[in-house]
Design a protein around this ligand. Structure first.
Ligand SMILES: Cc1cc2nc3c(=O)[nH]c(=O)nc-3n(C[C@H](O)[C@H](O)[C@H](O)COP(=O)(O)OP(=O)(O)OC[C@H]3O[C@@H](n4cnc5c(N)ncnc54)[C@H](O)[C@@H]3O)c2cc1C
Length: 431
């Protein structure tokens, strides 16, 4: 008997949401293609953002779904890390290995700009549409968000905020709307899912933007530290016309800083003003990059934090990506793994009943939870130890980096970012 297509609503067209829409449209075992409504709060595709990487089982996912080469082609061309001392003189260099299955901790083989990665996913969704006379079942709507939702035995009734999508019932709702997800606390009414409760602050704020590449820029990821927990990072872009700049402020304690949160809420101009105040005249080329920040039109600032929630699924709804488990270093890999596992578990269903949907979503969590628990712990003292508050602290950090460099200790750290690929196997779903 032909099964009715599954009606799925995904909130958020970032890496997690777009890759889930793509995998649902292209899944080899989903013979009846789901009808996917992918909504994005931004009125236009958010194809901005600096370098993000894919590691461990995340690489396995892009390999299985046939995107490995297309993503590798977008590599930023970064060659490794270069630590700058006073006046910007290089004091240590950690080279990338360049080996696919032995990624160094410095730079991944799959180091790509977030915007370009999202664009690859959007292009692939479009290709699935062009490849089929009946379309791919994915409807992407920008400038829309969920206003309210209510689930019962035969679906999730959703009202939308901007009237671009009619109020209607879906078989399931997936929240992929990032660290500050608004949908999360609609799916789970418990206080534990509100952003203030489930977001563990690291006391760390970063402003990201692109700047025109200059002669003095390099193909290495350069770090310049200054007292006050400040570090300016400059990273190459593949296009060689621009570089990515990160202005990173780490406060002395892992906690929320209300004055920073207030500025984040005030918008881009206030955020740029705060960073200028903190970074002005700290040395090296910083003032040049501050001037470029003022001109940048892709500036983005966020708190770097960990999201941890007790559960990822509730009946016909689930949270994925940063909305479920924003995790430093493996966030993008987890986003791919979530999409791969959810689409795979849905492909095993024999009917679209409430019980089967809830069970498939539950399996997504049970397959991934153990891996996540093992790989989401932050090293003790991080990020404060790596971003000292005093000149002496910066000098000690530099000495440690020099020793690492001389003794090639970074090579010993290879595998630390390998994320358990050998002991945890990606399930097979027929790709
Ligand atoms: C513009 C931008 C730039 C980024 N730049 C970097 C970077 O330089 N380096 C880095 O390490 N990480 C960056 N990130 C975060 C990184 O993309 C994620 O940590 C990771 O890829 C996991 O992706 P995600 O899809 O879960 O979340 P995200 O990539 O954050 O995507 C969430 C999406 O949901 C949308 N959204 C938010 N609220 C709603 C809502 N209520 N309704 C509908 N849609 C909503 C957002 O606009 C966004 O498109 C950036 C994120 C964004 C949005």
């Amino acid at each position: 008997m032909a099964q009715k297509p599954l009606k799925v609503l995904i909130s958020g067209a970032g890496v997690a949401g777009s890759s889930l829409a793509l995998m649902l449209a292209r899944h080899p075992k989903l013979t009846t293609k789901p009808i996917v409504t992918l909504i994005e709060r931004s009125p236009v595709p958010r194809t901005t953002g600096q370098a993000i990487d894919i590691r461990g089982p995340g690489v396995g996912v892009i390999r299985k779904i046939g995107l490995e080469e297309k993503i590798r082609e977008k590599h930023t061309t970064e060659k490794g890390i270069s630590i700058l001392g006073r006046q910007g003189k290089e004091i240590a260099r950690l080279d990338a290995t360049g080996e696919t299955d032995n990624q160094s901790f410095a730079t991944s083989e799959y180091e790509v700009l977030r915007g370009e990665l999202v664009q690859v996913l959007m292009d692939e969704i479009q290709l699935t549409k062009e490849a089929s006379s009946s379309g791919n079942g994915v409807y992407t709507v920008y400038g829309e968000m969920i206003e309210s939702l209510k689930q019962d035995d035969d679906g999730v009734m959703v009202n939308f905020a901007n009237g671009k999508v009619d109020a209607q019932k879906f078989d399931m709702v997936i929240a992929a709307d990032g660290m500050g997800s608004k949908t999360r606390s609609m799916i789970f009414t418990d206080k534990a899912y509100q952003s203030t409760e489930c977001t563990a602050s690291l006391g760390w704020y970063i402003g990201y933007f692109s700047a025109p590449r200059q002669e003095f820029d390099s193909d290495y990821w350069r770090w310049y530290h200054a007292p006050g927990g400040l570090c300016i990072h400059v990273r190459p872009h593949r296009n060689k016309q621009t570089v990515g700049v990160y202005l990173s402020v780490v406060n002395s304690e892992r906690r929320r800083y209300p004055e920073y949160d207030e500025i984040l809420a005030q918008g881009v101009e206030a955020q740029k003003a705060l960073l200028r105040k903190r970074f002005q005249d700290i040395g090296w080329k910083t003032n040049h990059y501050l001037d470029e920040m003022d001109r940048a039109d892709d500036f983005y600032m966020q708190q770097t934090a960990q999201v941890r929630t007790p559960k990822w699924t509730n009946g016909r709804s689930a949270i994925i990506g940063d909305a479920a488990h924003c995790t430093m270093g493996i966030g993008t890999s987890l986003a791919f793994m979530d999409a791969y596992i959810i689409s795979g578990e849905l492909s095993k269903m024999e009917s679209n009943s409430s019980e089967e949907i809830a069970a498939a979503l539950e399996r997504y969590e049970s397959v991934l939870r153990g891996y996540y628990e093992k790989n989401s712990k932050m090293p003790a003292g991080f990020p404060q130890l790596a971003n000292p508050q005093t000149q002496t602290g910066v000098a000690v950090l530099h000495t440690v980096m020099k020793v690492m460099n001389v003794l090639k200790l970074d090579k010993l750290m290879q595998g630390a970012f390998d994320q358990d690929e050998k002991s945890w196997k990606l399930p097979e779903y027929g790709w």
